[in-house]
Ligand binder design. Structure first.
Ligand SMILES: [Zn+2]
Length: 234
């Protein structure tokens, strides 16, 4: 195992073995600008890591239990392996459900897990300056924001405060699902919203679209099932 791979494994696995010796190695890590950055892995390798982490979470066998391990290194720099576009729902906690240590995931959260200009800017920072190789748009079962949007569109329900703005942002992504009258509209709209935002990110110029075209970044979609703990790719 070369030293680069060894560092990656220490960071990625969050191993309980990572004690004082590992901490000393991590503290000597290079900056993100250098090629040896621990997150300088392929998009597919990053996806494998978070998929494996979700399997550990669903099996209630997480590897990440020691949150003080790696603190000194994290204070110096961050090397996230994936950006997650998540809902704000309290039951959806990306670091937990992908069993990743602090510093592994770069997360934007807004009810309904959609991308707006502010979250796109955050994602651009993640892929361009932090070297994040993977973006996942993560929907989830029982999403209240998607459900509210369906009710507004179908039943002309009026929402208070700033909620209509949220619905306006979600409406384009789920109108196709509503029009197709599926048996489970909430589930279908949740998937459609993920696909809409994945496609939007893949073509989001000038930064993300270029990195996607160059094969340096991949954008994927998933839906987290709160009942089972599993993320299914869409
Ligand atoms: Zn939600």
């Amino acid at each position: 195992m070369n030293s680069k791979l060894s560092r990656r494994r220490l960071l990625g696995g969050g191993l309980a073995l990572a004690g004082a010796v590992a901490g000393a190695r991590l503290a000597a890590m290079p900056t993100a600008a250098q090629a040896a950055a621990p997150n300088a892995i392929s998009p597919d390798a990053a996806l494998e890591r978070i998929v494996a982490g979700n399997a550990r979470y669903a099996a209630n066998d997480p590897a990440n239990k020691d949150f003080s391990a790696g603190r000194a290194a994290r204070a110096q720099a961050q090397f996230p392996i994936a950006a997650i576009v998540s809902c704000a729902d309290s039951r959806v906690s990306p670091e937990l459900l992908f069993d990743q240590a602090p510093g592994e995931l770069f997360v934007t959260r807004v009810a309904g897990n959609f991308v707006n200009d502010d979250s796109l800017a955050s994602l651009e920072y993640g892929v361009k300056f932090l070297g994040v190789p993977l973006i996942m748009v993560l929907g989830h079962s029982g999403c209240g924001a998607i459900d509210a949007t369906i009710k507004v569109v179908q039943d002309d329900v009026q929402l208070p405060g700033h909620l209509p703005g949220l619905v306006d942002a979600l409406r384009p992504g789920i109108k196709a699902a509503i029009a197709s009258k599926p048996a489970d509209l909430l589930a279908a709209a949740t998937i459609e919203n993920v696909r809409h935002n994945v496609a939007g990110l893949q073509s989001a110029g000038p930064i993300v679209s270029k990195l996607v075209a160059d094969g340096k970044v991949k954008v994927v979609g998933g839906v987290y099932d709160i009942a089972t703990g599993k993320v299914n790719m869409v």
